[in-house]
Design a protein. Structure first.
Length: 607
């Protein structure tokens, strides 16, 4: 990425009489300095000790709405579609331990290659013995608005305390596989292509040690050899025998209320990188790749994309109550953690935050991939604008997205819900303390969702109240996956709700604007084309998207990319930046259809 740059922040805090402190060159070896300064800032803000990072940030003033028509309306059709199984994730009315609070991810995956998105729901557990029928669920999309539960027939109903899910064709057989993270042994579901999965995590060498609390995961081809490797995070070290009960110390309280302990005060998590040997097994290269050098974080969602613009896939990890991480690919089999100097470790004011979910997209049309990160209540989300060469700027306030700091935010997606050519943002929310339902005050356990419409000028407006009943419905939600479930040309969402069945937010878009959906098939690159980027040229504008494994909160979106075209009826050209470094241009395509672009069938040297 060229010369290594550092970002220096000037921070004034009243506990030192307004003296200026400078934070600079904070790398993995200087993370204790960053945490120490954050603790000083916490004290200066008058916040009492608690287990999570929050700033009690005020809501920014809302700008006057644009008044432009918005034809998006979401309806929750989960029950009529057949998605009725209640999620299991700890206790219903209280959470005694942090392991009960974080919920699970969900996935859209076309496991049988019939062109329709199937739904995979990760199951959690509870401290007491869970019911015998609890486990992950796989629902086959019948193409008529209905789903059939094929969990048993497909061999996808593993039990345990599940957390996250990511998808990719790791063996390049043409069928998408699933990796599921657990508090305990992980699960690798190899898709046989015959309507069934076989669980091979232990055989493949990616099950873990059997006791770690794994959370995030993403497939990626970090060395461009055409095979998908695997990156995995853990949240923290959790030992039921060693963790205190609610209220037992300063990290077990929330605004004076006794709550479960953590994450602060508990041992940190870590990350692993597994290299695909191309024989169905993986080699642990965590130390060799220098991923092991990153310490001192509570890791959640992992997302892999070329964020530094050098053509090699990097890894971003949203971290809870600790600085978030950006692993820059050094193009030699190693990574360097540069989150602080890149500007994506902290808030715009230099605070560590309670990071949960991540969305990746080019919100301002400048050809670079930007990030949205969701955070704990009392803080704004981040909108990290990509300035190029691995440097980002948090512009969440300037962009108009600082108006809702009230919720614990989890799953999030960049998607063009109204097909006008500008990616919008949908965020799902839910507090971690069910006890709030019985406590007076504004904070509630169940919250509405938030939809920000992209105005196309670098700003967003909150149109949640105009986006249909499913957006305003209150749940304590966690994972969210985005994709067009009914193939009608607009993007829908699958959402995990704590202690309830999932929500299926069907987008009933009423507009005549156009769209195109692009799937990629790698040949020299990995078959799923994970890590590829597509730039479409339509209506005089260029739009860029990336093929991602995990994103949102521990969830998996559709691997196909959907572009809104606005008034344009066709795509003039599409440039594909394949994961192996090659670039191809594909000619004009009519809108209103799904196309598959196969590596090697375009014109080399796209722009």
């Amino acid at each position: 990425m060229g010369e290594r740059r550092s970002v220096r922040r000037r921070i004034s805090y009243p506990s030192t009489g307004g003296k200026i402190a400078t934070v600079g060159d904070v790398t993995s070896n200087g993370r204790s300095l960053a945490r120490g300064l954050s603790a000083i800032l916490l004290g200066a803000a008058g916040l009492s000790p608690q287990g999570v990072s929050t700033r009690n940030a005020a809501a920014e003033a809302r700008a006057k709405l644009s008044g432009r028509p918005f034809a998006v309306s979401f309806t929750d059709v989960a029950s009529e579609a057949g998605l009725r199984v209640q999620s299991l994730a700890g206790g219903q009315s209280s959470h005694r331990y942090i392991v009960e609070a974080n919920g699970t991810g969900v996935a859209w995956v076309d496991f049988d290659n019939d062109g329709y998105l199937d739904a995979f729901l990760v199951s959690g557990s509870r401290i007491e013995s869970p019911p015998a029928d609890v486990g992950n669920r796989l629902y086959r999309n019948l193409g008529n608005g209905k789903f059939r539960d094929v969990t048993v027939a497909a061999g996808a109903g593993q039990r345990g305390w599940g957390n996250g899910v990511c998808a990719g064709d790791f063996d390049n057989n043409g069928f998408t596989d699933l990796f599921v993270t657990y508090r305990g042994p992980n699960v690798l579901l190899r898709n046989t292509g015959k309507g069934r999965f076989e669980e091979i995590a232990d055989k493949a060498g990616v099950a873990g040690d059997g006791k770690t609390w794994h959370t995030g995961c993403t497939f990626l081809d970090y060395d461009r050899d055409g095979n998908l490797d695997l990156f995995v995070t853990s949240y923290l070290e959790f030992d039921l025998k060693k963790v205190g009960l609610p209220g037992s110390d300063a990290h077990c309280r929330w605004k004076g209320m006794p709550v479960f302990c953590g994450p602060r005060g508990l041992p940190y998590g870590r990350a692993w990188l597994y290299h695909n040997r191309s024989d169905g097994t993986f080699d642990d290269v965590t130390v060799k790749s220098r991923v092991a050098e990153a310490t001192g974080f509570y890791g959640f969602t992992a997302v892999a994309a070329d964020l530094t613009g050098d053509g090699w896939v990097d890894i971003y990890v949203a971290s809870d109550s600790t600085p978030s991480l950006l692993f820059r690919n050094n193009r030699d089999g190693t990574f360097s953690e540069i989150g602080a100097e890149a500007g994506v470790a902290f808030s715009e004011h230099g605070h560590e935050q309670g990071g949960m979910g991540v969305a990746v997209g080019d919100y301002d049309g400048d050809g670079r991939l930007d990030l949205v990160k969701t955070n704990f209540a009392g803080d704004h989300s981040n909108l990290y604008r990509n300035l190029g060469k691995g440097i980002f700027e948090d512009v969440v306030i300037r962009a108009g997205m600082g108006v809702n700091p009230f919720f614990v935010a989890w799953g999030v997606g960049f998607a063009d819900f109204d097909n006008d050519g500008w990616p919008d943002v949908l965020q799902v929310n839910g507090h971690v303390y069910p006890e709030l339902e019985a406590k007076p005050g504004a904070e509630r356990y169940r919250n509405p969702r938030i939809l920000y419409r992209n105005l196309g000028n670098g700003r967003f407006e909150d149109l949640s109240a105009a986006a249909g009943p499913a957006v305003l419905a209150e749940h304590s939600s966690r994972g969210a996956a985005f994709g067009d479930v009914d193939n009608d040309g607009d993007v829908d969402a699958l959402v995990m709700n704590m202690g309830e069945p999932p929500s299926l937010l069907r987008n009933d878009l009423k507009t005549g604007v156009h769209w195109i959906r692009i799937g990629l098939e790698g040949v020299k690159s990995n078959r799923s084309a994970i890590g590829a980027q597509v730039v479409v040229d339509a209506g005089g504008r260029k739009q860029r998207q990336a093929v991602l494994s995990q994103s949102s909160f521990l969830s998996q979106n559709d691997l196909r990319l959907q572009f809104g075209l606005g008034a344009a009826e066709r795509v003039d050209a599409a440039d594909v930046y394949w994961p192996n470094g090659s670039v191809e241009r594909f000619g004009g395509m009519a809108g209103g259809q799904t196309v598959t672009l196969k590596e090697g069938s375009g014109k080399e040297g796209g722009k």
